[in-house]
Each structure stands twice: as C-alpha cells, then as structure tokens.
Design a protein around this ligand. Sequence first.
Ligand SMILES: NC(=O)C1=CN([C@@H]2O[C@H](COP(=O)(O)OP(=O)(O)OC[C@H]3O[C@@H](n4cnc5c(N)ncnc54)[C@H](O)[C@@H]3O)[C@@H](O)[C@H]2O)C=CC1
Ligand SMILES: CC(=O)C(=O)O
Ligand SMILES: [Mg+2]
Length: 603
Amino acid sequence: MWRLAQSAVSSLRRSRRFSTAIPGPCIVHKRGADILHDPWFNKDTGFPLTERDRLGLRGLLPPRVFSFEQQYARFMESYHSLEKNMQGQPGTVASLTKWRILNRLHDRNETLYYRVLIDNVKDFAPIIYTPTVGLVCQNYSGLFRRPRGMYFSAKDKGEMMSMIYNWPASQVDMVVVTDGSRILGLGDLGVQGIGIPIGKLDVYVAAAGMNPQRILPVMLDVGTNNQNLLHDPLYLGLRQPRLEGEEYLSIVDEFMEAVFTRWPKAIVQFEDFQMKWAFETLQRYRRRFCMFNDDIQGTAGVALAGLLGTVRAQGRPLTDFVKQKIVIVGAGSAGLGVLNMAIQAVSRMAKDSGVAAKHQFYLLDKDGLITKERENLDPAVAPFAKSPGETDGLREGASLVEVVRKVKPHVLLGLSGVGGIFNEEVLKAMRESDCPKPAVFAMSNPTMNAECTPADAFKYAGENIVFASGSPFENVELGNGKVGHVNQANNMYLFPGIGLGTLLSGARFITDGMLQSAAECLASHMTEEEIQKGILYPSIGSIREITAEVGAAVLRAAVTEELAEGHCDVGPKDLSHMSKEETVDYVQRNMWFPIYSPLVHEK
Ligand SMILES: NC(=O)C1=CN([C@@H]2O[C@H](COP(=O)(O)OP(=O)(O)OC[C@H]3O[C@@H](n4cnc5c(N)ncnc54)[C@H](O)[C@@H]3O)[C@@H](O)[C@H]2O)C=CC1
Ligand SMILES: CC(=O)C(=O)O
Ligand SMILES: [Mg+2]
C-alpha cells in the first residue's frame, strides 16, 4: 500500500536541500480550529503533540496521533471499500461517488490528497480528469459545496485589477483559465466549466510537481448560450447570453492585465475556449504574455508524437512521415492545431516551404471534406482546404467513408467531439489502407465522445492497427493471448512539462521552438520494443518522470532561443551551463512533493 515510502524519503531529502518550490520549515500564523479548516496546513489526526500544544489544538482532535502512512492507508482502505460497495451501480453514479470522496479530501487535507493522487495517478486520473471531470462539469451547480479558484464575470468589468488581490496566495506560478464555451466534447457549460481548470491543475501538481499553493484555476463567466443551464434554477453562473466581439475581448484583456500586474512571472494556460476565441486570444496574447493554448498547442505535440510513433511502429524510418496519408476529422482548435504542427514537421523533414507538405493531409468537418470550393470558408481553415487538383477526384463535402475509401489513409485521426463517427463502415474501409499497419486515433473526450471504441477499431479495422484514444480505455483482448494496446493520446503528456519547463527557465514567452522540443522529447521517449507492440506513449503511471524530461526539453529550448531569464537564484548562465542530464536533475529537484512540514520551530 505504502509503495513510495523509500522514494518519498529520498525525494524529501532532495527537495529539502535543493528545492526552490518548498520553503524551509513552514510556520503557521493561524491557531486552533482555523488550522484544522485550512486544507493547506491541516494534518487531521497527524498533528504531533508538540504542534497540538503550541497551536492551540489540544482537545480539538481525538487523542491518538496517526502517522502520515497510517492516514494514507486509512484513506485508501475506505476508498477501496467504497469502490467495492459501488459494484453494480451505474458507471456515472460510481464515478461521481469516487470524485466526491477525493474532492472531500482535497477540501480537507491537500497534502494527503496530492500524495494519494501522485501514488495512484493511473487509477485517479480518470476521476479528477477525463472522463469523470466532464460529468462533474455537467453537474457542477448541483455538486457545488465549496468554491475553488477564482471567478471573473462580465459583471466584474472594471473591478478585476482589485479583485485579483483577493486571492490569498502571494505568489502564483500557473493559471489555467476557461470561459466554459467548449468543455471537452460537451459544448457550452458556462460557469460549470470551472471543473476543467481545477482538473488540469491537479494534473500539474501530480505530474509536474507544481506547488499547489501557487496554482490558480479561473473561470471567466461571460454568460452562456446553453438554454438548459439558463433555465436551470440551480445554475451558478450569469444568466445571460455569452458576450461577443469587443465586449468579450475587453473582459479577457482586463483579466490578463490583472494577472500579470500582480504576478508578472505567472504562466497562463487557455483551456476549452470555443475555436474562434481560442485562436483569437492565442494570437492576441502570445507575444505579450507568457501563455499558451493547450487545446491547440498541447494537443498538437501529443498527436505529432503519436504520429511519429506510428511511422516507427510500421517499421519505417521517421523520414517516411512525409509520405503518410493522414485524414483528420474535426477542423476545430484541436484538429487545426494538429494539422499545423504536423505540416511544420513534414516541411522540416522534406526541407520545403510547407506548400507541398499539405498534400498528404485531408481535413473534414461536420460538412465533410474541406476544399477551396466551399462557400463561406472559415479563414482559419482556408489554408488547409484542398485545391481542385489535389482532391483525388473527391468532391467538396465528400463524406468520411468516401474519403477513407478513396484515400486509403495510413492514419485516421478524430478530433470532432462526435462519439461513434468512426462507425463500422468507416473502420472497415481502413482495412483497405495502403499501409499494413494503419493507425486509428479517436482523440475526442470524454469517453462517450470518442470517435470509436478500441473494441470496434480492432474488430472492424483489423487486429494489426495502432490505436489511441483521448480518454482512457482498457486494452482489448484479441484472443489467442494477443492484446490490442490502447494508447491514451491526451495533452496531459505535454502541458505539465510545458508549464514546468517555462517556469523554471524564466522565459517570458512560449515559442513554437519550445513546443516542438516538448513534442520531440515525448516522441523519442519510447523504446523500439514498446513501439513494435503498438505502445506510443509512456504509462500514465510514469507521468512524473516523462514530465520532468519534457520540462527539461522546454527549458533547454528556451535557453537555446536566449529567452531563459532564470528562476529564483538560478540565473540564465547557470541554466545554459547545464548538460541535458543536469537539466533533468534540476527540473526534478524543483518538483514539489507532498509531505507534512513542521508548523512550529523546534525548540
Ligand atoms: N485528446 C486530447 O488531448 C484532446 C482532445 N480534444 C477533443 O477534441 C474534440 C474537439 O475539440 P475542438 O477542436 O476544440 O472543438 P471544436 O468545436 O473547435 O471543433 C470541432 C470540429 O469538429 C467538426 N465536426 C463536428 N461534427 C462533425 C462530424 N459529424 N464529422 C466531422 N467533423 C465534425 C466541427 O465542424 C469542428 O470543425 C473535443 O471532444 C475535445 O475534447 C481536444 C483537445 C485535446
Ligand atoms: C484533453 C483536452 O484538453 C480536451 O479534451 O479538451
Ligand atoms: Mg481541453
């Protein structure tokens, strides 16, 4: 049960000696019940007698003192017994119950919460992240008990600069912000989308060792166009249609100014904005502030790593990526982000301008194949639309199955948000692929929105395919001891390292070069043996290790681009003198790890 005891001790030694993320012995100014009600300081039954005496806690707790290990074991035992009792219940009921028990611990004792999360990240990620976080957002107004993060609404215009000082922490490193307009594949969930920044930042703490005292989930509530929510008496957000145009942008501008005025070194991650605002805000801010859009840029890197892994899995040299025919279904923020980065990679490999590189990609949206003949072509999509001579005879708006039959792609990649559109007919058409080992990436979230299940993919497209989904699925038993491996192609493999590497580099911007390094690091992580088994990404269980490597890659790219200004007492020169291994070591030493800090000075 107490699996990480040894590594925890050495990690504690490391972090005490070197970490800039953990201050020395933490002395609390609160007393008595106020400490018990502060999840950051609370140790529950773990307060030693000296602290009980000196902090006015005597009599406020049962007399027995439990060790951290005993508290951990007690929590896990009650979690597992709850899991057992939930057997036979509908999946959604069981998932929400698990989320509630974890959330209660989060609200009560952050140190214990993050420790169980880190040690059991593979089991708990599906609860605090996709898919359960989607269900939580859908039901957030009903589930709401205590606030977490900050809420800036359209009614706060002109007030944000002072509001930002209401946040109790003096330093914030990482902000994740949403306007709730495109939550996973679930659409506009208004203020209820706050669950996404909370879940993403939990992953930041678990995977990147971001200090939870220095993270900030944010909801920009500019209204909602979701009629069900507007008519829901429990709905917690503004009951008005979404702001548009300049009115909308002025809210986001004011928020960004407020954040960077109070915390000039913060990093802001934009998450789950509808496409038009995702692109607009990225262009507007990326050269002014340290920010990135995870759906556009994080997803692109993870997908590119998977696409390069697919080429290796096919037993071909990486440079053959330039010959892969790839059908992308979904021309939104995620699909266009992937396409853009993949074209850049092809251009680099083929050393061309990118014009020719576009030929091998086919892009579809809800109206089918996108060509230059489309009326009212979205300007964001236009650069990727096929010219008349490039369509292999396919018409504007050709259906997915028509495209797959005609193109015989090496890869079919879905970022449409539409569950099941890789149906039996489409998957069977993939059997005629020009490649004996084609890939199916059903990347939409949450589970119900995946373009297909892995069981269907292996059944209809063939047992030799490479498969990836955005949300977690079990591997598929193919019979005769064979297993169809399911990869989780989710931006969680990259965004924590992008944030951490940027923070430790002290860079004021996040460049394409830094993002490309992150993707290349992930792509090169897997061994040949793993790749041959169709395993494209590391296990979620080792996400802390891969995040340290990605963080180091991002940091080194910032150094190369002369953007690194250093972090705390480590200056740009120190960073530039570090070898690759020393950079990984430096990153690891700066990852926060949950342990109880003494709350009083030892006499
Ligand atoms: N696995 C991962 O790491 C990530 C997954 N996603 C998922 O990708 C999905 C899309 O996200 P965004 O691009 O931000 O959404 P978006 O709303 O910007 O774009 C969706 C696109 O899908 C197209 N579409 C809708 N119905 C379609 C159909 N029947 N056939 C073909 N295309 C169709 C739309 O026309 C649009 O172009 C969501 O489910 C999201 O959860 C997004 C980011 C990361
Ligand atoms: C994973 C993610 O960022 C999304 O589905 O939007
Ligand atoms: Mg997202």
